[in-house]
Design a protein around this ligand. Structure first.
Ligand code: UD1
Length: 344
């Protein structure tokens, strides 16, 4: 059974990925200092898989602390690196904190991967590296644009660090996974997304509004050059994203990647407007949403959606969940959180 280190495994995508890895026969250890993640997610993982995952609550930006994991687990077959701060507005307010955390943790993990000969590395990147692309859908060779936030810049620099690392140490292989808009929750209702201290993503704001925690949802902008005037994004279920990590890891473990560092877009391949998402929520759940138009949000791109042909052809990845299922699972999770976990 191959042993995998998942950093940031108590986060939203990391925890769903651990569930998927365990379901596919991997042994997992986790490193998450719980700065944003939650130990409730370890309970959720155990409830779904029946396995208790060991977490090292250490700061990966601290080299000495990071070394402990590698000394205790010299037999790691691969690393999936999620650990990073991920709030765009917070990164604008605190750029140095974002650079320090996101880049140092990556550098430290790569350093020990090299020292211990752990050759397979999956990196959590983001479609935000593309900015507003000139041509849609976005393929992996679409040029990256100037980053629109320090958060997005940490993902661009992170990708570049891994490219340089693999050039210097050619036996190392990596997959850079560029997520589009992950939403939804595990169908068991045991794992999902927690609202951050300043929620700004659409799905948690929809469920908060449906629960009555917010009076109304603001739809940012209705004059965009799209089919209904609202922005287009590529929403993808978190379990589909999670499974892509398992497939990318297998691809690396079987040394099927060429070149050594490969980029994959993880999106559904189709875009949905904000109004289409609201309608999908209402239809899937039977819950009416109170919403109103508001001015465009500064920094929003008009439309972005993925060409996922590469992940489908090379990894065998086929997303399974519809927009309706994304909404339904997000709603079941929000209800569970509200009724059993005190809303957190
Ligand atoms: C955001 C991040 C991006 C990250 C992505 C996925 C920003 C600028 N970008 O992008 O880096 O990779 O999430 O986590 O924050 N919307 C509303 N009303 C709301 C909230 C959102 O109309 O109250 C709209 C937005 O204008 C957008 C869509 O819903 O068109 C999705 O918004 P969001 O979930 O924040 O994702 P992104 O903007 O794609």
């Amino acid at each position: 059974m191959a042993k995998i280190l998942v950093t940031g495994g108590c986060g939203y995508i990391g925890s769903h990925t651990i569930v998927d890895l365990i379901a596919h026969g991997y042994e997992v250890i986790c490193a998450d200092n719980l700065s944003y993640g939650s130990t409730q997610r370890l309970d959720g993982i155990e409830a779904i898989t029946g396995k208790k995952v060991k977490n090292y609550p250490i700061n990966l930006a601290d080299k000495r602390a990071t070394e402990v994991i590698f000394n205790e687990h010299p037999d790691l077959a691969g690393i999936i690196h999620f650990a990073a701060f991920m709030s765009v507005p917070e990164s604008v307010e605190q750029p140095l904190r974002y650079f320090e955390n996101n880049l140092n943790s990556l550098i430290n993990v790569l350093h020990f991967a090299q020292v211990h000969g752990i050759h397979n590395f999956v990196f959590s990147s983001s479609c935000s590296v593309y900015g507003q692309p000139d041509v849609l859908p976005v393929t992996e060779v679409t040029p990256r644009k100037e980053a629109e936030s320090p958060y997005a810049r940490t993902k661009q620099i992170g990708e570049d660090i891994i490219q340089d690392f693999a050039k210097a140490y050619p036996q190392h292989r990596a997959a850079l996974l560029r997520y589009f808009n992950p939403i939804g929750a595990h169908p068991s209702g045991q794992l999902g997304e927690y609202a951050t201290f300043k929620p700004n993503n659409l799905a948690p704001l929809i469920t908060d509004t449906a629960l009555g925690k917010r009076n109304s949802l603001k739809v940012f902008g209705n004059q965009y050059p799209t089919r209904d005037g609202t922005c287009v994004r590529d929403y993808i279920h978190v379990c589909d994203i999670a499974h892509a990590h398992t497939l990318a890891l297998k691809h690396l473990l079987e040394a099927k990647n060429s070149p050594a560092v490969e980029v994959f877009n993880l999106g559904s391949g189709t875009g949905a407007t904000v109004l289409e998402v609201l309608t999908a929520f209402e239809t899937a759940t039977g819950v009416k949403l109170n919403w109103e138009y508001a001015p465009p949000r500064p920094g929003d791109v008009v439309a972005v959606y993925a060409d996922r042909t590469k992940a489908t052809q090379q990894l065998g990845w086929e997303p399974k969940y519809s927009l309706s299922e994304m909404m339904n699972t997000a709603w079941q999770w929000a209800l569970h959180l509200n009724n059993n976990l005190g809303g957190r």
